[in-house]
Design a protein around this ligand. Structure first.
Ligand SMILES: Cc1cc2nc3c(=O)[nH]c(=O)nc-3n(C[C@H](O)[C@H](O)[C@H](O)COP(=O)(O)OP(=O)(O)OC[C@H]3O[C@@H](n4cnc5c(N)ncnc54)[C@H](O)[C@@H]3O)c2cc1C
Length: 506
């Protein structure tokens, strides 16, 4: 065995990175393994809403209470990851107004502050909204960036001594006498395998948690539930916009940086990897959203994508929107006698810190460590901070990314893609979707890191292909024109299709 730690955490989403940080701050020697980059699972494919809990108050009061408690803590400890936009719930003349009273009672019970605002007053501040508003309330929702959050958790954990291996997949478990002794890892870039020994494993594999548990002969029934989201090229509203009705499709708009994320749907799917949105799904969403924002269909869409909710389905439990958004900690020793493994499933990104606390409380207890959780007391910081710069210094103008930020994003990386850089900086996430910043970033790394032309071309090609995947389902109107421009630059001017040629290997 080459290496041994006390705890191995599987999964580099919000939950896994939150767990790693909690373990590290309690002085527990830990390693996190993630099969891709951080936050490339559901934590990077979600709506980006830091729930106030108001969405859940009628059907799931317990989840709502957890959300508001965590919302308050996270705004305090993670300001780099959160934009405190505030939120609003609006009911229109077509909605059932008896729901409004139930909702207000629920908010009161959960401890969520609401403030009523007249339609007239709200429309002055948020002119894109429908004039058919009958009731409107402010709530303490906010926007949260899942990529920055995962990276900030890891930065904090690293400082406290934890290790992380990305692009490393757990491919098996070493079991002895019904106890976990280690995990078999495969480096996805080199194919090399290694065994890391441990006393405990925490499975934070989200929608993949069932597949991971199966490697240890355990059964967890996850029903993968796909949600489609679309991105508009501007901020439609300044606050998070929610439809005041029982949770359904297409009823939340979240402003993020220079864009708006709108969605979502809820459909059972067969695989946690089902993350492509179709044109039909996008059109259904737009029809719903037009009830809140009448000009929605005229606005420019830049991207569509999907994420898969890790909904835990105990025997006979509900599925889809009816299923609880609460989380569950599974102690495998209680079900099959397997020692040394717990899985934490379900929940929401907003409650990741609480999920981590509950999991680490159990594991620390089993390891005989009695240090309490302190993750609510210490701040976390983005590894690539957004410092002010002069207008000429931006390499990505949509998202205001500078060369300095590009340097910081790859500081300790031997290998990287522009998608890895994007997750840390928002490069290419704005209205131009990488059209102008991809070649600039590839050129910059060619110079600053001494990349060979072939390697720089690969950065460029992979990023344009990745950005293209998300825009396929929304190619009409202004976005189709923009795609022609991107095509002209990359295929016409830069000859992208022939960039692999060997004569470029210099
Ligand atoms: C469409 C949609 C919208 C949502 N909107 C919101 C919202 O606005 N607010 C909110 O609070 N919540 C929201 N959620 C829920 C939230 O996104 C998830 O609950 C949360 O991101 C789950 O985080 P996680 O860390 O548990 O899972 P993930 O982020 O999926 O992390 C699991 C990780 O495990 C890795 N992994 C899998 N198998 C292996 C292996 N064998 N070895 C190593 N690594 C492995 C995966 O690559 C993945 O990165 C939404 C979910 C969806 C689908």
């Amino acid at each position: 065995m080459t290496n041994k730690v006390q705890v191995v955490v599987i999964g580099g989403g919000a939950t896994g990175t939150g767990i790693l940080r909690d373990l590290a701050l309690r002085g527990i020697d830990s390693l996190l393994v993630e099969q891709n980059d951080l936050a490339t699972g559901t934590s990077g494919r979600f709506h980006g809403l830091l729930h106030s809990g108001a969405r859940y108050v009628v059907k799931d009061l317990h989840s709502a209470e957890e959300c508001i408690q965590e919302n308050i803590i996270l705004k305090e400890i993670a300001p780099d990851c959160i934009e405190d936009t505030g939120g609003m719930f609006i009911a229109t003349k077509n909605d059932d107004l008896s729901y409004v009273n139930q909702w207000l009672e629920g908010c009161e019970k959960a401890g969520i502050n609401t403030g009523e605002v007249s339609a007239q007053e709200l429309l002055k501040e948020e002119p894109a909204l429908t004039p058919d508003i009958v009731k409107a309330y402010y709530v303490p929702d906010a926007a949260v960036d899942g990529f920055t959050l995962a990276a900030a958790n890891v930065l904090s954990a690293n400082k406290a001594g934890a290790q992380v291996k990305t692009y490393t997949k757990v491919v098996g478990f070493k079991l002895e006498q019904n106890k976990v002794r280690g995990v078999y890892l495969q480096n996805k870039r080199t194919g090399k395998e290694e065994l890391v020994g441990c006393d405990y494993v925490i499975n934070a594999g989200g929608a993949w948690a069932g597949q991971i548990a199966a490697l240890a002969g355990q059964n967890i029934n996850i029903s993968p539930d796909k949600g489609v989201l679309v991105i508009f090229n501007h901020r439609i509203t300044n606050r998070v916009l929610n439809h005041l009705r029982p949770p359904g499709d297409g009823d939340i708009f979240v402003p993020h940086g220079s864009v708006t994320v709108f969605g979502t749907t809820s459909r059972l799917t067969s695989s946690p990897d089902d993350n492509e949105a179709t044109r039909g799904e996008v059109l259904e969403l737009l029809a719903e959203g037009s009830n809140l924002v009448p000009d929605l269909k005229e606005m420019r869409l830049i991207r569509a994508f999907a994420g898969v909710r890790p909904i835990y389905q105990p025997e006979g439990g509900e599925v889809g929107r009816e299923a609880t958004r609460d989380f569950t900690l599974i102690d495998h020793s209680r079900f099959t006698g397997l020692q040394g493994m717990v899985s934490v499933v379900g929940g929401k990104l907003t409650t990741f810190r609480l999920m981590a606390k509950v999991a680490v409380d159990m594991v620390a207890g089993r390891l005989g460590i009695d240090k309490p959780c302190i993750t609510h007391l210490e701040k976390i910081y983005a590894p690539v901070p957004r410092n002010g710069a002069k207008p000429g210094e931006y390499l990505c103008q949509c998202e205001m990314v500078t060369k300095k930020m590009l340097d910081q994003a790859v500081l300790e990386k031997e290998q990287f893609s522009l998608s890895d850089v994007r997750r840390l900086t928002r490069l290419g996430m704005g209205p131009c979707q990488g059209t102008f910043c991809t070649f600039r970033a590839a050129g910059y790394y060619h110079e600053s890191r001494g990349l060979k032309v072939k390697a720089a071309n690969k950065l460029l090609k992979d990023h344009i292909e990745e950005r293209w995947k998300g825009s396929k389902a929304v190619l009409w109107g202004q976005q189709a024109q923009e795609a022609q421009l991107t095509r002209g630059i990359y295929l016409g001017l830069l000859n992208l299709e022939r960039l692999d040629s060997d004569r470029h290997d210099v």
